[in-house]
Design a protein around this ligand. Structure first.
Ligand code: CP
Length: 299
């Protein structure tokens, strides 16, 4: 692997061969299922999960990935940390480092927060989602899910649509970088007001036209907590409704959490709705993808 950064901050820091190497390793971890890695590459290593924004999937999967690699995860959450008393992100990270952790996984609402911390600490830093900027391990797990689904090494020639609240989405930003590196053609779909102005990618409001030709739809959550506004016609125009899903045979993804009944109908979100529903496969892939990253950086 050419990637020799001490940190995992952005997909942009990797070239295609780095992504492929991480996917190959993650795929091997996926194959061993729920087992612990026998040579325990994180033995006697403590990995701090510093999560200043809420999370279910990312936080738990980093903790499980650390344990499967033989390490010890510790959690520091925004609501129970001294960040709630005004301590800065960098000060919080410096204190964790002073206690002897071997790596820090960071989720925060500040764009560039993990990068700022990486400039101040000696231990590896992993970006677990910063503001609307990036969520690189989500992109890695999404590509792992897709390459396993298609049975391919990369995504050359695939058409992938990312649909919904793109403007507020760090998942979309990292996925555009990762999917494009792997050879996919990405189209961003959403209402004008939720399409981005800062992502170099084809954008459209014509969901049904895109759906007719795409190999995969990644539906995104409308991020009301970031002040996203949608009209009453959002579901009709941009929701993956039961009606739309009935005539669609491509892969269906969602990074979660899902606003059921808005961006995706209840029946479509249910895992038994279709063999092409990959939503929980994404979650399983998340542990393996994070194992690959932690092993590379800390193991
Ligand atoms: N996909 C994702 O980042 O989910 P969480 O916010 O639950 O971690």
């Amino acid at each position: 692997m050419a990637w020799n950064e001490r940190h995992f901050l952005s997909i942009d820091d990797l070239d295609k061969s780095d992504v492929l190497a991480l996917l190959k390793r993650a795929s091997a971890f996926l194959d061993i299922g729920d087992e612990y890695v026998t040579d325990a590459p994180l033995n006697e290593k403590i990995v701090a999960n510093l999560f200043l924004e809420n999370s279910t999937r990312t936080r738990c999967s980093f903790a499980i990935a650390t344990k499967r690699l033989g390490g010890d995860p510790i959690d520091l959450l925004g609501s129970t940390s001294s960040a709630s008393k005004g301590e800065s992100l960098v000060d919080t990270a410096l204190n964790l480092e002073a206690m002897g952790v071997s790596g820090i996984v960071i989720r925060c609402s500040e764009d560039g927060g993990p990068k700022q911390v990486a400039g101040e600490v000696a231990v590896p830093v992993v970006n677990a989602g910063d503001g609307i900027s990036g969520h690189p391990t989500q992109a890695l797990l999404d590509s792992l899910t897709l390459t396993r689904y298609f049975g391919t090494e990369d995504l050359d020639g695939c058409n992938i649509a990312i649909v919904g609240d793109i403007a507020h989405s760090r998942v979309a930003r990292s996925n555009v970088q990762c999917l494009s590196k792997l050879g996919a053609t990405v189209t961003l779909v959403g209402p004008e007001e939720l399409l981005p102005t800062d992502i170099d990618c084809e954008c459209t409001t014509a969901f049904d036209d895109v759906l007719a030709t795409t190999d995969c739809v990644m539906i995104l959550r409308v991020q009301f907590e970031r002040d996203a506004k949608v009209g009453d016609d959002y579901r009709a125009n941009f929701g993956l409704t039961e009606e739309r899903a009935k005539n669609y045979e491509g892969a269906i993804m969602h990074p979660g959490p899902i606003n059921r009944g808005l961006e995706m109908d209840d029946s479509v979100a249910n895992i038994d709705s279709s063999p092409h529903n990959l939503i929980l496969s994404q979650v399983t892939s998340g542990v393996a993808a994070r194992m690959a990253v932690l092993e590379h950086l800390i193991g």
